[in-house]
Design a protein around this ligand. Structure first.
Ligand code: UD1
Length: 336
């Protein structure tokens, strides 16, 4: 079964390519390499023994994307390709709407034309904003988005839900990711954003490796046990496996037109807990300073994952320690 993986060279996309391959699917990768590089294909080959074909294309380029559908019988789509830097989205909102919403519309049009029925969409816990109650379930009301990035995720979910109501041939699952971290345990693929990372773990491991200066912890005056923000950090391999489970869920439940799942561990950890756990598992020196709060950060959020467990038959297996060990090994391999 050919599965189109847009953004398949990226962090979550590449790990999902491995898991799709391990489960007998054939991933067809499309990526414009805007925040990734082709070297990832070598890592994929080392892990799977397979040369994956990469279509270097932007999902907003209808013609280029159509070629992929024409050349391959695409039976399912996992749509990762999107921009995800919250701060950048505030600077360049139109780019975010065009890139994230525009590409989804092109994809949906082509799915209809080429009779491709299953879509897994990368959404985010950002749609909940700062929830009134924790942990958040999929029924927790969405809050107005804090950034154009967050808004694109809300809009895309709504577009997909609308389409699946009227266009019965397309069925979809939106996966609301909490905070994906870590790397493949082999160390052959991991997270390598271009430029200075804005997310915590990539910055922290680069700082510990001497590539960056000290980590700035954004605020220690939140209403949490140590004053720093709380998130639900999930190992990227666990997250990748949930995409395979979602494909299988759509296949086994033909009456299901649209569904949403939280993907997290169900646990919350503070920024300082991440820092301390990292220091413990890596033994690496890590300098950090406490800085001001970052605009748009929510104080605390973590997932209720009962629905994913019940309906997808999926739950996380890897610990925070394993996530941070794998992230560090990946950084060490990069540095060597
Ligand atoms: C946010 C979104 C997430 C989205 C992601 C995309 C929420 C709750 N989460 O993740 O859905 O997919 O952006 O990038 O809206 N931190 C530091 N120093 C740093 C970097 C981060 O202290 O140098 C802190 C942040 O303040 C935050 C935590 O680390 O408390 C995690 O930050 P980050 O990794 O950027 O992810 P989120 O902002 O949670």
């Amino acid at each position: 079964m050919n599965i189109l993986v847009t953004g398949g060279v990226g962090f979550i996309g590449s790990h999902t390519v491995v898991e799709l391959h391990n489960s007998g699917y054939t991933p067809i990768i499309v990526d414009n390499l805007s925040n990734s590089n082709e070297g990832v294909l070598k890592g994929l080959k080392k892990i799977t023994g397979k040369d994956f074909r990469l279509y270097k294309a932007d999902c907003n380029d209808r013609q280029a994307l159509e070629e992929v559908f024409r050349e391959n019988k695409i039976e399912g789509v996992i749509h990762f390709a999107a921009s995800k830097a919250v701060g950048e989205s505030v600077e360049k909102p139109l780019f975010y709407y065009q890139n994230n919403v525009g590409s989804l519309m092109v994809l949906l049009e082509l799915m209809k034309k080429y009779d491709c029925g299953s879509l897994i969409f990368s959404s985010s816990c950002t749609v909940y904003g700062q929830p009134d109650q924790l942990p958040v379930t999929e029924a927790t009301p969405k809050k107005p988005a804090e950034s154009p990035y967050g808004n694109t995720k809300q809009i895309c979910e709504e577009i997909i839900e609308d389409i699946t109501k009227t266009q019965k041939s397309v069925r979809a699952v939106a996966l609301r990711y909490f905070n994906p971290i870590g790397a493949h345990p082999t160390g052959y693929i991991g997270e390598l954003p271009l430029g200075t990372p804005s997310n915590l773990v990539p910055f922290m491991i680069q700082s510990a490796a001497g590539v960056r200066g000290p980590l700035t912890v954004f605020g220690d005056d939140y209403d949490t046990q140590d004053g720093t923000c709380i998130r639900d950090y999930i190992h990227v391999v666990d997250l990748a496996k949930a995409h395979v489970a979602s494909m299988e869920y759509l296949a086994k439940n033909p009456e299901q037109t649209f569904d949403i799942f939280n993907l997290g561990t169900g646990r919350g950890n503070s920024v300082l807990e991440i820092v301390e756990t990292f220091k413990k598992v890596s033994g690496a020196p890590l300098e950090y300073i406490i800085g001001p709060r970052r605009a748009g950060d929510v104080e605390k959020i973590f997932a209720n994952v009962a629905k994913s467990k019940d309906l997808l038959g999926w739950q996380t297996e890897l610990s925070l320690e394993e996530s941070l060990t794998d992230a560090w090994n990946w950084q060490l391999r990069l540095g060597s």
